[in-house]
Design a protein around this ligand. Structure first.
Ligand SMILES: Cc1cc2nc3c(=O)[nH]c(=O)nc-3n(C[C@H](O)[C@H](O)[C@H](O)COP(=O)(O)OP(=O)(O)OC[C@H]3O[C@@H](n4cnc5c(N)ncnc54)[C@H](O)[C@@H]3O)c2cc1C
Ligand code: SF4
Ligand code: SF4
Ligand code: SF4
Length: 385
């Protein structure tokens, strides 16, 4: 066997590696640092188990959402410390308090992002917040299987492609709850490390990509000191990593062929940002501290969600409102010229230069807009003097 699936469709979920009886699949970085599956052909016995487990070849069943809610955690600390409204944390707390296990993305030492197993409330802190980068799920497959074999409830939270890897590997299981995040793609960990090239990564304890619902990059040093690298609400194109991510310039190829950016969903529950709420149908509550779009896709998801209702503010909304407000619920990230140029340049030249050159049109547009705006406000100020 040469490859498990079309390599441009490989999401790096690592399900193939887990099922291979000869252990001859490795997850390795390509040139841009995106993790892909690589088969050692010498050892392969052509059993095709990898091919049949791969979600890019055989995605699991999709469900159209039964209900849609705008929701956030009643606990303001939880709401403010999470990316959208903290619903993933409230659901995780419920699972742990009922003897279950949660699997989600954490930052380990030296900027390593991995899905980890959490069995206590304190460690849920590690999962809080969206990390806008690839998370390695390699280690969690066997643990999830083991927990389920001991009749424990398991909650897995991740991008839809990570969910499909788990679902294809495990198969149907009443105790397995899945949450898929609305997602437009992720950059590689190699790219994020370039952002911190000037910093001793051993000194980085954690990284935040949002604070109080504002897009920022803040890292915490081992001594607890917080250093803000950028604040996109104040200045766009201040940080090439974040802008490259948002403009879909630095995301992996599989994201341009994503099977999951549509209203029909993979997880029992889908969580994302409830952008555009109240535009068409009045919504009388403030969402400035975060508001999750919660799509309930299965009966299992509905039961789980009902159990947390005392701990959240929650309002039923029309699903079309969430779809209209959220691009990634409607369509796949379109392959753009910026990403083609970026993939050609990087890593021949360093990361920042590659983003700068590939996004020159966007940067120029932003700078012109900003100069014109500043010019107009200066002119108006002088006129009123
Ligand atoms: C890579 C990525 C891209 C996203 N893109 C969009 C988008 O385009 N539109 C949109 O509406 N929402 C997007 N989201 C989802 C959004 O940022 C929130 O995660 C979601 O709304 C849930 O919010 P929350 O406040 O409940 O939880 P949060 O506190 O934000 O999320 C915590 C949960 O997310 C999981 N998680 C964090 N980082 C990762 C990661 N890198 N990989 C897998 N799981 C992770 C953690 O395990 C944790 O359980 C994206 C999330 C990620 C991780
Ligand atoms: S065909 Fe079988 S042996 Fe070969 S890589 Fe796939 S799972 Fe492994
Ligand atoms: S998508 Fe997942 S299962 Fe398929 S080849 Fe890539 S890592 Fe393997
Ligand atoms: S856009 Fe699709 S393929 Fe890319 S990370 Fe998100 S779910 Fe996975």
């Amino acid at each position: 066997m040469k490859q498990v699936c079309d390599i441009n469709k490989c999401t790096g979920c690592s399900a193939c590696m887990q099922v291979c009886p000869k252990k001859c699949i490795k997850m390795l970085p390509n040139k841009q640092g995106h993790i892909i599956s690589v088969i050692d052909e010498q050892q392969c016995i052509n059993c095709e188990r990898c091919v049949k487990t791969c979600p890019a070849n055989y995605p699991p069943a999709f469900n159209y959402p039964k209900q849609c809610y705008a929701a956030w955690a009643k606990n303001e600390d939880v709401r403010m410390s999470c990316a959208s409204g903290g619903i993933s944390t409230v659901l995780s707390e419920y699972i742990i308090n009922n003897g279950g296990i949660v699997y989600g993305c954490a930052i380990l030492k030296e900027l390593e992002f991995k899905h980890i197993r959490v069995d206590n409330i304190k460690d849920l802190e590690l999962l809080k917040g969206s990390k806008y980068v690839y998370s390695n799920c390699e280690d969690v497959y066997k643990n999830i299987k083991q927990d389920l074999s001991e009749n424990k409830k398991v909650l897995f939270i991740g991008t839809p492609c990570q969910n499909t890897g788990i679902l294809n590997y495990i198969g149907k299981n009443e105790n397995l709850y899945t949450i898929d995040l609305i997602c437009h793609g992720f950059p590689s960990q190699q790219m994020l490390k370039e952002l911190f090239a000037q910093v001793d990564i051993k000194d980085i304890k954690s990284v935040k990509f949002r604070e109080n619902n504002v897009r920022k990059i803040i890292y915490e040093k081992q001594n607890g000191e917080n250093i803000t690298i950028c604040n996109l609400s104040k200045q766009r194109w201040q940080n090439y990593y974040y802008e490259g991510f948002l403009s879909k310039t630095i995301i992996r190829n599989s994201c341009f062929e994503c099977l999951f950016s549509k209203p029909k969903r993979i997880g029992d529950i889908t969580l994302g940002d409830f952008w555009g709420i109240g535009k068409k149908e009045k919504f009388e509550h403030s969402t400035k501290n975060g508001c999750c779009a919660c799509l309930i896709n299965t009966d299992k998801g509905q039961n789980l969600f009902n159990n947390i209702k005392d701990n959240i503010e929650c309002y039923e909304r029309n699903i079309n409102e969430a779809i209209e407000g959220n691009h990634s619920l409607r369509e796949i990230s379109k392959k753009n010229l910026n990403s083609i140029i970026f993939n050609f340049l990087y890593p021949k030249i360093n990361f920042n230069s590659a983003v700068f050159l590939s996004c020159f049109d966007k940067i120029l547009k932003y700078k012109i807009k900003k100069t014109v705006k500043t010019g107009i406000s200066l002119f108006q100020r002088n006129k009123t003097k």
